[in-house]
Design a protein around this ligand. Structure first.
Ligand SMILES: *Cc1c(COP(=O)(O)O)cnc(C)c1O
Length: 353
C-alpha cells in the first residue's frame, strides 16, 4: 500500500497467472499452453519481417490479419477486432459494453480474470452457480443489465454449452452484450460465430494462445456485428493504437493460413486428451468430460492439494485452485505423449504405494 496509489488501485485484487518456471526440465501442464510448436510457416513468416522495417510502426488496424480472419469465418472485415491477447480484447469489451453497470451475469466457476475486470471497470457481477455436474443452465441467465459473459467450453471445467442453449441466452437478453469466450473452442466444440448474423448482441472472443500455439506472441480477437466491433475500436484507439507489433501480425496471418497444421495439432491434443482421461480414471480420478486442451479431475481418496504438491516435487506442474466447490480438483493441461506418460508415472508412485 502506498500513499501514491489512487483509491481504485488500492481496491484492486489483480489476477494471478499460473507459474512460468524459470527452468526448463519441468513437465509444464499448468497454463493450458499448446504442447506443440507453432507451424513452421508461422516461424518463417516471423523471420521474414525481422528486418530494417522494424523502425516503422506496424499497421495500427492490422488490416491484413483482420481480412484473413474474416475470410476464414465468412465475415466482413468490419466484423473482426484484434488485440494483444484475448485478455486485452476482454478488457476492451468490459470498457466498451459493461463499464459502470450492474448485473453482469457469469458462472460461479469460470475464468478468474472476469471478476478482476469487474473491479477495474466498476462492473457489478451477479454470479450464477453451475449445476451439480458443473454445467451452465441457460435458463438461469435472465435479467442481465450490463451483459452476460462465460467461456465456452468453460474454464476450468472443460464443459461445453450447446449452441441452442447459447441462443436461449442471447434471446433472453436482447438489450445487452452476451460475450462468449471461445479460448478453447477448437478442441472439439462448435463456434458461435455462425450465430453472429442473427444476433446483434453476440460477441465471440478467441485467442491464438491455445489452439494456434502462439501464447508467446499475444494475439486475440473478437467477432461480432460491425456496431459492436466499432465500440471496441473506439476503446482501443483511446488506449493503444498499436497493440499488435509487426512480428505478431505476420505470425497471426500465417497461423490462420496454415490450416492443415492447425487441424493436425488440434487432433493430436484431442487424441492425447482421450488417452489421459482414460489413464486418470484407471487411477481413481473422476474426470469431467472435456472439450478443451485440459482436463478437470478429482481423486476419490487423495486430496488435490497433496497430489499437486507431490507432482511439483517430482517435476510436474498442474493447476490447483483454492476456491470453494473446486478445491479438490486439479486442472491438468494436455501435453505431449511423453509429458503425459511422465505425469502418469509420478501419479502411480503416489497413488499405488
Ligand atoms: C487463456 C484464456 C484467455 C486468455 O488468452 P490470451 O489470449 O492468452 O490472453 C481468455 N479466456 C480464457 C477462458 C482463457 O482460458
Amino acid at each position: 500500500m502506498s500513499k501514491f496509489w489512487s483509491e481504485n488501485t488500492k481496491r484492486l485484487q489483480p489476477y494471478v497467472p499460473g507459474e512460468q518456471p524459470k527452468f526448463s526440465n519441468l513437465v509444464k501442464l499448468n497454463t493450458n499452453e499448446n504442447p506443440f510448436a507453432p507451424s513452421p510457416l508461422v516461424l518463417q513468416a516471423m523471420h521474414d519481417v525481422v528486418n530494417g522495417d522494424l523502425r516503422l510502426y506496424p499497421d495500427p488496424n492490422a488490416d491484413n490479419f483482420k481480412q484473413t480472419v474474416a475470410d476464414y469465418y465468412g465475415l466482413q472485415k468490419s466484423q473482426v477486432f484484434v488485440g494483444n491477447g484475448s485478455d486485452e480484447v476482454l478488457a476492451h469489451a468490459f470498457a466498451a459494453f459493461f463499464q459502470g453497470k450492474q448485473q453482469l451475469l457469469m458462472p460461479d466457476i469460470s475464468y478468474s480474470f472476469y471478476p478482476v475486470y469487474c473491479q477495474l471497470y466498476d462492473v457489478k457481477p451477479r454470479v450464477i452457480p453451475l449445476d451439480a455436474q458443473f454445467a451452465i443452465n441457460s435458463a438461469d441467465y435472465t435479467g442481465a443489465v450490463a451483459g452476460v459473459i462465460f467461456p465456452n467450453p468453460n474454464a476450468p471445467t472443460g464443459c461445453i454449452l450447446p449452441l441452442a442453449m447459447i441462443e436461449k441466452i442471447l434471446q433472453a437478453n436482447p438489450d445487452c452484450v452476451v460475450l462468449v469466450d471461445e479460448a478453447y473452442i477448437d478442441f472439439g466444440g462448435v463456434s458461435a460465430v455462425k450465430l453472429i448474423a442473427d444476433y446483434p448482441n453476440l460477441l465471440v472472443v478467441q485467442t491464438l494462445s491455445k489452439s494456434r500455439s502462439l501464447a508467446g506472441m499475444r494475439v486475440g480477437l473478437a467477432l461480432g456485428q460491425a456496431a459492436l466491433i466499432e465500440g471496441l475500436e473506439r476503446v482501443k484507439n483511446s488506449f493503444n493504437s498499436y497493440p499488435l507489433d509487426r512480428v505478431a501480425q505476420a505470425a497471426a496471418i500465417a497461423a490462420f493460413k496454415d490450416d492443415g497444421y492447425f487441424r493436425s495439432t488440434c487432433k493430436k491434443v484431442i487424441d492425447n486428451r482421450i488417452w489421459l482421461t482414460k489413464q486418470l480414471r484407471q487411477l481413481g480420478f473422476e474426470v469431467l468430460p472435456s472439450y478443451a486442451n485440459f482436463v478437470f479431475a478429482c481423486h476419490v481418496e487423495k486430496a488435490a492439494e497433496e497430489i499437486a504438491v507431490f507432482l511439483r516435487q517430482h517435476g510436474v506442474v498442474v493447476r490447483h485452485f483454492q476456491q470453494a466447490r473446486i478445491d479438490n480438483f486439479l486442472r491438468i493441461s494436455i501435453g505431449t505423449v511423453e509429458q503425459q506418460q511422465r505425469l502418469i508415472t509420478v501419479l502411480k508412485e503416489l497413488l499405488m504405494k
